[in-house]
Design a protein around this ligand. Structure first.
Ligand code: PLP
Length: 420
């Protein structure tokens, strides 16, 4: 039953998942903010971390931390083993064909820049076309614009409709003999729209065009199988899937990675160096110059263990219940407009309240202990498409509850009172 006494869509699934038990793994959720229990609805920006992730990182730091790949001493060997086991763990989670298809970067943004600057610079020339979508985060726009400045490539934008849904047929019309890459988000960070990436990949591959997917907002909400999907590149941000910051993941099909030159030079990515000539290692090490994020890789492996132990289906069903309930409660509030009502959505609700600026709404919600994100969500072109300068975004993670949705709705009603 909802707080309104009505049965909830997805309610059974919400009950099947023991959210209270999961919440105990996240000590920060016990915090009070301005004397009120914290309601954390900003997981799309960065999720909170369970004890298990922090414990894995602390355990490594306290028992066997050393730099990887370069020491013959015991700690370095143990550390290297854990680091490489983390790569195996990520490969297994994504169902990559081999561990070496997983490149650790310093963030998702860096992973997309790596593809643009290495694969892109080696394979694109003036007049070649890259297709992105109107839903993109700046991280999947600006790297291609930098390449446009450098090489004269053309950036095309697949449109969305007013509900924020990806217009597949319009996208297909953009595919041309000059299209060299499709780079789209799997799930929109600002609206929650799920892009029909299977159809996108099918259409692109039918024309021999590789596809990069920005999976930052998909990974926390669904199981991703890169082989089933067939994406050439898949990027994600561990800190959004209950793991640490400071690390990103680039999955690349082996044959794609092999056709990519190094993009940053330094230690660890070389086979041999002389002043006359340097040769490079094979992927993934070719793309991992310098000391990698060691503790973070181990934390990421623990985060994947954590979500897998909870069960992706159970978490997804729980979040679907939260999304349905939040949509129902918020859309019942007069003067509130939800931006992004595509039929297929992840647990993100973006909205505005008539007569109130998103930043004021965010501040008032914060005073009531409700943490949301306000602004353009690093998706300014999308805001322009929607005709709004900013939205208020409530994003739900596995630890959120129906009661927290009620707290959000009550806090929004307070905003309405204040703004008359
Ligand atoms: N892509 C999407 C869809 C995102 O939501 C984000 C982060 O908000 C990024 C890329 C960039 O991730 P990071 O800032 O961790 O590099």
């Amino acid at each position: 039953m909802s707080a309104l006494g009505k049965p909830l869509p997805g309610h059974n699934a919400v009950q099947a998942f023991d959210v209270q038990r999961a919440r105990q793994d996240f000590p920060i959720l016990q915090r009070q903010v301005y004397g009120k229990p914290l309601v954390f609805l900003d997981s799309a920006a960065s999720s909170q971390k369970p004890r298990q992730v922090m414990a894995a990182m602390t355990r490594m730091a306290e028992t066997c931390y050393a730099n990887v790949h370069r020491g013959i001493h015991k700690l370095s060997q143990e550390s290297t083993d854990l680091f490489e086991q983390a790569r195996t763990r990520v490969a297994r989670h994504l169902n990559a064909a081999k561990d070496d298809e997983i490149v650790f970067t310093r963030g998702a943004t860096e992973a997309i820049n790596l593809v643009a600057q290495s694969w892109g610079a080696a394979h694109l020339k003036a007049g070649d076309e890259v297709i992105v979508s109107a839903l993109e985060h700046h991280a999947n726009i600006v790297p291609w614009q930098l390449l446009r400045q450098r090489l004269g490539i053309v950036l095309k934008v697949a449109p969305i409709d007013d509900s924020g849904a990806f217009l597949f047929e319009e996208f297909e019309k953009l595919l041309s003999p000059r299209t060299r890459l499709v780079a789209v988000t799997h799930v929109s960070n600002a609206l929650g729209t799920i892009v029909p990436v299977e159809a996108v990949i099918r259409a692109a591959h039918a024309r021999g065009i590789p596809v990069l997917l920005d999976g930052c907002q998909a990974m926390p909400h669904r199981r991703v199988d890169v082989q089933a999907l067939g994406a050439d590149f898949y990027v994600f941000a561990p800190h959004k899937i209950y793991g640490p910051t400071g690390i990103g993941v680039l999955y690349g099909k082996w044959e794609r990675l092999m056709e990519m030159p190094p993009w940053q030079g330094g230690g660890e990515m070389i086979a041999s160096v002389s002043f006359e000539e340097t040769t490079f290692k094979e992927p993934p090490h070719r793309f991992e110059a310098g000391t990698p994020p060691i503790l973070e890789a181990v934390g990421l492996a623990a985060a994947l263990d954590y979500v897998e132990a909870l069960g992706h289906e159970a978490v997804a069903a729980h979040e679907a219940g939260l999304l349905a309930y939040a949509t129902e409660r918020l859309s019942a509030i007069a003067g509130l407009t939800i931006h992004g009502t595509a039929p297929d959505k992840a647990s993100i609700v973006s909205f505005n309240i008539e007569g109130a600026h998103a930043h004021d709404v965010g501040t008032i919600l914060d005073r009531q202990g409700v943490a949301v994100r306000v602004g353009h969500h690093c998706a300014e072109p999308l805001m322009h498409r929607l005709g709004v300068p900013a939205t208020v975004r409530a994003s739900f993670g596995l630890y959120n509850t129906l009661e927290e949705v009620d707290r959000l709705a009550a806090a929004v009603l307070k905003v309405k009172e204040l703004f008359g």
